[in-house]
Design a protein around this ligand. Structure first.
Ligand code: GLU
Length: 377
């Protein structure tokens, strides 16, 4: 059986494959070298068919815990970071030797969210990944857990997989997990739960079905996978959530077979600049807008003027990315602001012609110009 998404995997040249911690480490028992060998063998076959593959692999913390003989995931940040540093060695070695058996070279890329939030570092990460793909190398990406603190963290590798899919303009994101896919109810508690074979990535009911729970081993549950699919869809990548234990899952997907859950990207593709703004996970501040300003941004395609701002939250400088929220706290847009938080507080609620009088000069008449704004619906 084939589906439009499986055929987008079939037709797509560039794939991002994400494997979760429970899979890589056999539910936390230590690296499953057999399974790693299987996926690497399949990726080698895809490479021979002219596909480019970026692998996003979790498992550093889980493998580090196994190597350190820790049974419980530590809560202290520095212990997690230590475990990640120990485990990442094992991950890198396992992939390097498994790919070497197929004559393929690998490269390790460890990213934090900050690397993608900074425009220059984002463009740099992109060029490096694309250069590696051109050189025929398999990039293996993980979060740089050893240096990532909460503020600069992506947090889970499903999201990281989607960010990487956006970064390299992938055709599809394949999330391999220990479940068969996304079910309409939690299959661990409900035997009548049905597998969703296909849906639109932006279908709001999916997040409700996905609930919140994840495993003890990895970081992501089904919800992070659904949100990752929505994120990946913004650059036109469809997402497959499938079991990594399914034999030949990657090569079969690439041959057009329908396995697991296919979440289609059908929305218009955002420009690279808009995607970069939308991909920021941590914003410097928030502006609470009145209803008129929300409408001006969301429906009328206008810039944000100081007059429509009711409240300023956080500390930011000109050029920082801030969220625009409505009175109910929903984020309706985000953009690069022209004024600092202290100046914004002084001019909020005022017509633009008073800016020069209040601040001594007027840099711009808009707080956020339309060109620097992305509307989120
Ligand atoms: N980066 C973490 C690791 O490699 C995993 C995060 C996740 O499981 O999503 O251990």
């Amino acid at each position: 059986m084939t589906s439009p998404v499986s055929s987008s995997v079939q037709a797509g040249k560039r794939l991002v494959v994400k494997v979760g911690s429970s899979l890589v480490t056999n539910d936390g028992q230590g690296l499953d070298l057999d399974a790693v060998g299987q996926w690497c063998g399949q990726i080698a076959q895809l490479r021979q068919l002219g596909r480019e593959v970026v692998l996003v692999s979790s498992g550093a913390i889980a493998e580090g815990m196994a190597r350190l003989g820790w049974r419980r995931r530590p809560v202290e940040m520095h212990e997690l970071q230590a475990a990640a540093a120990v485990g990442q060695m094992g991950l890198a070695q396992a992939y390097e030797s498994a790919f070497a058996r197929h004559g393929l070279k690998t490269a390790q890329i460890l990213l934090t969210h900050e690397d993608m939030a900074d425009r220059l570092r984002y463009l740099n990460a992109r060029s490096t990944l694309l250069a590696l793909l051109r050189l025929g190398i398999v990039p293996i990406v993980n979060e740089n857990d050893t240096v990532a603190t909460d503020e600069i963290k992506v947090g889970d590798n499903d999201t990281l997989g989607a960010l990487v899919a956006n970064l390299v303009d992938a055709d599809a994101l394949i999330i391999l997990t220990d479940q068969a896919g996304l079910f309409d109810q939690d299959p661990r508690h409900n035997p009548s739960a049905k597998l969703i074979t296909q849906a639109q990535a932006n279908d709001a009911s999916l997040a409700v079905m996905a609930g919140g729970a994840g495993s003890q081993i990895g970081k992501g549950g089904m919800l992070t996978k659904v949100l990752a699919a929505q994120r990946a869809a913004k650059s036109g990548a469809s997402t497959i959530i499938a079991s990594g234990r399914e034999p030949d899952v990657l090569t079969r997907l690439a041959a057009g077979e329908s396995i697991g859950t296919a979440l289609m990207a059908s929305q218009p593709i955002w420009s690279a600049r808009k995607q970069w703004m939308a991909d920021h996970l941590h914003l410097r501040g928030r502006l609470v807008l009145d209803a008129g300003a929300v409408k001006a941004l969301a429906q009328d395609g206008k810039s944000l003027l100081p007059v429509g701002v009711r409240e300023v939250q956080g500390m930011f400088e000109p050029g920082d990315l801030v969220a625009c929220i409505d009175q109910e706290g929903r984020e309706c847009a985000r953009g690069l602001i022209n004024y600092s938080s202290s100046d914004t507080r002084r001019i909020m609620g005022k017509p633009s012609h008073q800016i020069a009088q209040i601040l001594g000069e007027m840099i711009e008449s808009e707080l956020i110009h339309r060109d620097n704004l992305v509307v989120l619906s």
